[in-house]
Design a protein around this ligand. Structure first.
Ligand SMILES: [Zn+2]
Length: 147
């Protein structure tokens, strides 16, 4: 069960941009990242390998996706503006988390993260993972030189 979710800012922006771009159709993206115990990090999105813009999430053939263990969940848009998963969404749940972006997709306030029971999960927005790693490495280096 996912307890702590971290989403990098570029993923938030990509999900919102994609939702705006395909509106009024429903857009679907795959969320990639890492799972460590009950912690989920989302740092990349992937466009599903099928033409999906005319479909809705509930009809999306998730079983046709390649087996890729870096996929931690899915994101899709709700052109209706409803910011909660439908029964169909929950029946199609894939991975650890589901992000929904609701019309008008202005900011992360129109986005929410859900678990497979449809409960809202709190999430943190982080800088890009590369930036965090660079910062981490800098800290390590300065610690090394300091000792
Ligand atoms: Zn939905």
């Amino acid at each position: 069960m996912a307890k702590s979710v971290i989403v990098v800012r570029s993923v938030i922006e990509s999900v919102l941009n994609h939702a705006r771009f395909v509106h009024p159709k429903e857009g679907i993206l795959l969320l990639k990242g890492r799972v460590k115990k009950d912690r989920v990090l989302v740092d990349e999105i992937e466009v599903p390998p099928l033409a999906v813009h005319s479909r809705n999430f509930a009809n999306f053939p998730l079983h046709m996706l390649p087996i890729d263990f870096s996929i931690v969940g899915t994101a899709h848009s709700h052109p209706s503006g409803v910011l909660r998963p439908s029964i169909g969404d929950l029946n199609n749940f894939f991975g650890m988390i589901m992000i929904i972006a609701a019309y008008p997709y202005i900011s992360e306030r129109q986005m929410a993260v859900f678990d497979r029971d449809g409960r809202t999960l709190g999430y943190e927005i982080a800088d890009r993972e590369e930036d965090k790693q660079a910062k981490y490495q800098r800290n390590q280096t300065s610690r090394d030189t300091g000792s």
